[in-house]
Write a protein of this length. Sequence first.
Length: 129
Amino acid sequence: MPLLNRATTLELRKLLLTHPNSGDPDALFWPAIAHGSHALDWTRPVDVGAVRRYFVSPAVTALGMSEMRFHDLRHTYASMMLAAGFKPYEVSRWMGHASVSTTDGIYAHLDPSDYNEQIARFEAYVAEA
């Protein structure tokens, strides 16, 4: 999925510059958590369960939100991209969906639509006819 936010891209660049293995194209981008502690371990792949348990869940609880899964972030991304006006075909490709109908059927209904522009366009057309 493309990163369409300059602030996020900037933060990721900073992370790359401070990465303990910066410059190593084979280095793991995200660290794991060392067994028995919350210390970062750059030699092992990230453990999504541990990240959720030790970081995401406490943050979600502190914000007073209901529990969430990592997959919910994909749902949020797709919904926001469609609400921002990106074409369902583009979002479908970014999400890796086999069909645009998957993207449209699952995510497009989540944002209430404002049809003022379409109404004005149709009214102008009818007025000319």
